[in-house]
Design a protein. Structure first.
Length: 333
């Protein structure tokens, strides 16, 4: 059985009982302690002038302080890494923790759990609490996710539901399966077509002036047309009417097009997560009118070079390059 130090209350009782001349054995019975515990307490924290509870408590705390391990985030290089990646690179605490494990596998002092980072950020007056403003959802306190919306039927003509999509797409074992959606600016003053490959999470994004189905389909085709045919197998879209010309996309790209169930964003999880990252740079309510394709390309490049937990903290570009090398190797063989 492990030894448990006396509490301040027990020390107060011990002081009174000792002043009454009671023996260690008698005090131990009253405190529910072993006689050796009482003897050790008096020997270690007492003094020639007698035993005083308050003084004994201070001695115990002073003696234990050097024995406690140094808090993780007190290590200056680690703290600087965390602050830089969250404040300047727009990483989440989870990405920071995961990438630290990849970059410093043999240095325990440079590794930290993402919950430790979150607790520090959400602790009032902590030296990292200022990073709260740099989180994707900079709430004053952490909260649980809410409930989803009710589903409604889609009116897209010739729509093929996700239930008919091949099971291999869900397994994420082969490249070439994409997800698509539209991100809307303030007052619908501009739109962004986002296309995300499900395995590598590689993002393509195109600035659009309208959400007309014709403009959307042309942008999707132009964006993916230069990809090798083996990297274009399926696309799964949201149920917006902007994807009504999905037949033209399927014909020109020679892909199968499917639609997620209404209000089932989790069925296009890769796309939804990337859209959330885009919102770090273009928050909801931000106008898109002045957004240029050049600025959008800069955002896309930053996202594609951002490590992802689902990729074992590699970046989409790193995974894409590995896929490319594997593809070329297979062609040579």
């Amino acid at each position: 059985m492990s030894y448990v130090h006396c509490t301040l209350v027990e020390r107060g009782k011990l002081e009174v009982l000792l002043s009454q001349g009671m023996s260690y054995a008698g005090i131990a019975r009253l405190l529910g302690r072993h006689p050796s515990t009482v003897s050790r307490e008096v020997r270690r924290n007492g003094s020639p002038s007698g035993y005083r509870a308050e003084r004994a408590q201070k001695r115990c705390r002073a003696r234990r302080k050097p024995c406690r391990p140094k808090a993780k985030l007190e290590h200056a290089p680690l703290r600087e890494y965390v602050a830089e990646k969250i404040a300047e690179a727009d990483w989440s605490p989870e990405l920071v923790a995961g990438r630290l494990a990849r970059d410093y596998p043999d240095r325990p002092e440079m590794q930290v759990c993402h919950e430790t980072i979150y607790r520090a950020i959400y602790t009032t007056c902590h030296y990292l609490s200022y990073l709260r403003a740099f989180l994707a959802q900079a709430r004053p306190k952490r909260r649980r996710r809410g409930q989803g919306k009710k589903r409604r039927a889609s009116l897209i003509p010739n729509r093929v539901g996700i239930a008919e999509r091949p099971a291999v797409v869900d397994q994420r074992t082969e490249i070439g399966h994409w997800e698509g959606d539209l991100v809307v600016g303030k007052g619908q003053d501009g739109f962004i077509l986002t296309l995300v490959e499900r395995v590598s999470r590689l993002l393509h994004a195109v600035k659009l002036q309208t959400r007309r189905a014709g403009e959307v389909s042309e942008a999707a085709v132009e964006t993916l047309l230069d990809r090798p045919i083996s990297w274009l197998k399926t696309i799964t879209f949201d149920n917006g009417s902007e994807f009504a010309y999905h037949g033209a996309i399927a014909e020109q790209l020679q892909v199968a097009v499917y639609f997620a169930d209404p209000y089932a964003a989790y069925q296009r999880g890769a796309n939804e997560q990337v859209n959330g990252i885009i919102r770090r740079y273009l928050p909801k309510g931000a106008p898109f009118k002045a957004l240029t394709q050049l600025r959008l390309d800069q955002i896309v490049d930053r996202i594609n070079n951002r490590p992802r937990k689902c990729l074992a903290y590699r970046t989409p570009n790193e995974v894409f390059q590995q896929q490319r090398q594997d593809h070329l190797r297979a062609l040579r063989d």
